[in-house]
Design a protein around this ligand. Structure first.
Ligand SMILES: [Zn+2]
Length: 141
């Protein structure tokens, strides 16, 4: 591990905050890695690094073939928002496209108690939880 941005061209960004050294011997230096991006200081540096090393990464991880997700089992929950007399309201649906099902559900069914507590009304339960809900509602077995 290094605390420094892993893009070797990071100093070439020539940002003011990268200047170090004393008068007559000033230089630009790498930024520190920013935890949100992992080993880089920014999305730009991560992209530069990835473009240079993508083949090495892919060969290390290994290539995979086409992936498929059977639609019959592919339940998901979606939050759609509508404008109601000046208010933005969310409506929640449980959906399975292969079975042609789009059924409205309650917020309590569509979200986790944590989402509701934080009032993140756009969030929904994940696909695995959606499948469990479909079984509970008698839509799937
Ligand atoms: Zn950087």
């Amino acid at each position: 591990m290094s605390e420094w941005c892993q893009n070797k061209k990071c100093p070439e960004k020539k940002n003011q905050n990268q200047i170090r050294g004393s008068k007559g011997a000033k230089y630009y230096q790498s930024n520190k890695a920013y935890s949100y991006y992992g080993y880089w200081c920014s999305m730009g540096c991560r992209d530069t690094w990835f473009n240079e090393h993508k083949d090495t990464c892919m060969n290390a991880v290994g290539f995979i073939d086409k992936q498929v997700l059977p639609l019959d089992d592919a339940w998901f929950v979606r939050a759609d928002y509508t404008w109601n007399s000046g208010n933005c309201d969310y409506l929640y649906y449980i959906i399975n496209k292969n079975r042609g099902i789009k059924q409205q559900i309650t917020r309590e069914q569509a979200q986790t108690p944590e989402d509701i507590a934080r009032d993140w009304d756009y969030r929904t339960i994940n696909d695995e939880q959606a499948r469990e809900l479909a079984v509970q509602l008698g839509l799937a077995s």
